[in-house]
Write a protein that binds this ligand. Structure first.
Ligand SMILES: [Zn+2]
Length: 258
């Protein structure tokens, strides 16, 4: 499989018809019994969120987010596909935030309308979207694992970041193995300026090393001890990128009681 050669200096591939996408999302969530736990910014912008599970007992919660970068449509589409497939572990609760930057998605722009990269705004949030998201996260239980779905317009293939400070059993090799038949893996020894091996990057978890916190770093500091950021290569067909993200998420879902 070869790159399409569409992305010249930025993502130039397919975009989403956002109103139709939001309608599809709400319909799929409702059809499969998810609770709408969407939240709003101070300016009244709705950020969609859905919950599936039970408040009873000590079930672990799996958190999945996407669409924090508006020029990365595969993550929101992967969230929709997972909702439609409706194949979830019975032994876990699920929280899905499929579009953290709705205006960016509508405009095919990485940043929000004020030009803020929301995925660099989590240390001292300035944007309405990140402020609302951080406040909403504070109302949620701890997460057994978090999955942030992304794309990289320059990538040679799929790769992922793992934040796993307690050296828990890693999902990363199994995720790479599950994606490999569907989508090329970026096997570069260095990706985005960080050392990589087999498509897996372990960034520093030291706060002082990260002046601009991405969502995953905020999640690790306050909500989880195991965090993955999945990066699909956006110069490949959209269907390939969606399939790659879905396959990687499925590896994690399969580890929880059925
Ligand atoms: Zn991204």
């Amino acid at each position: 499989m070869r790159k399409l050669g569409l992305n010249l200096g930025k993502y130039c591939g397919e975009t989403l018809a956002v109103p139709a996408y939001f309608a599809d999302l709400a319909a799929a969530a409702q059809a499969h019994g998810w609770r709408d736990v969407s939240f709003s910014t101070t300016g009244g912008k709705l950020l969609p969120a859905y919950f599936r599970g039970s408040a009873a007992g000590e079930r672990p919660t799996i958190y999945i987010s996407a669409g924090i970068h508006g020029d990365e449509p595969a993550g929101p589409l992967a969230g929709l596909q997972l909702l439609r497939e409706d194949s979830w572990p019975a032994g876990a609760n699920l929280l899905l935030c499929p579009v953290l930057n709705p205006d960016g998605l509508a405009g095919n722009s990485r940043e929000n309308p004020s030009g803020v990269d929301l995925n660099r705004d989590y240390k001292d949030p300035q944007s309405p979207e990140t402020q609302a998201h951080v406040a909403w996260l504070q109302t949620q239980p701890a997460f057994a694992v978090t999955l942030c779905l992304h794309e990289d317009w320059e990538a040679q293939g799929f790769y992922l970041y793992e934040l796993n400070p307690d050296a828990r059993p890693s999902f990363a090799p199994a995720m790479i193995a599950a994606v490999a038949p569907l989508c090329p893996i970026d096997l570069s020894p260095e990706i985005e300026g960080r050392a990589a091996a087999g498509g897996i990057i372990h960034p520093s978890v030291e706060p002082s090393s990260r002046p601009l916190w991405p969502e995953a770093f905020h999640l690790l500091r306050h909500h989880t001890r195991l965090s993955y950021t999945l990066e699909a290569p956006s110069d490949f067909p959209l269907s390939v990128r969606v399939a790659a993200l879905v396959a990687a998420v499925r590896v994690v879902l399969a580890a929880f009681p059925k």
